[in-house]
Design a protein around this ligand. Sequence first.
Ligand code: MF3
Ligand code: CO
Length: 261
Amino acid sequence: MVFHKKEKIQLKTPEQILLMRVAGLVVANALQAVEAAVAPGVTTKELDAIAHEVIRSSNATPSFLGYHGYPAAICSSINEEVVHGIPSDRQLLDGDIISIDCGAIVNGWHGDAAISVMAGNAKADVLKLSKVTEQSLWAGLGQARAGNRLSDIGHAVETTVRAAGSYGILEDYVGHGIGTSMHMQPPIPNYGTAGRGPVLKVGMVLAIEPMVTIGSPEVEVLKDGWTVVTEDRSWASHWEHTVAITEEGPWVLTALDEIRL
Ligand code: MF3
Ligand code: CO
C-alpha cells in the first residue's frame, strides 16, 4: 500500500458522505450475502462470485478487482492467513475462521469493510479472537470524532485487544483514509499512544481495520505475492469498517443498520 506523504487528508461535504454511504451499503450487502453462504465445503471462489454479483447488480464496481493486478472482488483469508488471501477452489473446513474483505465504488466513491466468519463450529479461542478483534474495531470507530487526534483510534484498538488477553496486533498493515480512492491519507495503525497525529475533522472518512492474531504479530507474504500469513502460523482475525466523521459523531458507512456512535 503506497501512501503519498504530501497529500492532505481529503475532506468530504455532507452530500459526498451520503454518496459514500451508498457505496458502504453495497459493501455491507455483499458481506451479508457472503456471510450467509459461509459453511464447510464452500469454496472461496464461490464466495467471491456471490460478492461480485451483489456489487454488479447494485450498479457498483468491485474496487479490489484489478487493483495492482488483484484478481478478485474479495479477499478471503483462512486461519493463519491474515489478509489479502486470493479466492480459489479451496473448500472451507469445519472450524475454519475466514476473513472476507470487500470494496465497492459507486459514482467514484469507495466503501471498504471486512468481517471474520466461522465455518461450522469454531474452537472457543478462535471465537474469542474474532470477538476481541471486532470489539477493538468498534472501540476505534468510537474515537472517529472531530477534535480527537488520529492516534486516539489506534490507542483505543490496542487498549481493547491488550485488555482481552495476549494477542498479536499486526504492525506491517494498517487502516487508511478513503474517499475517491481506496487507500488515501492518513495511515491508521492499530496501536499507539493517545493524543498524537493530525486533529480529526468533520468530513474525514477513515477505514479502520484491526488485524489480530492468537500468537505473534509478525507476518510474511506467500509466493503468490498477495496472501499475508502469520510467521508462527497462528490464526488471525480481521474486521474493518469505513466511518465518516460528522457533526453528530462517527457514522459507520459500511454498517447495514444506521449506526451513529
Ligand atoms: N481492503 C483492503 C484494505 O483494507 C485492500 C485489499 S487489497 C486488494 O486495505 F488488492 F485486494 F484490493
Ligand atoms: Co481497508
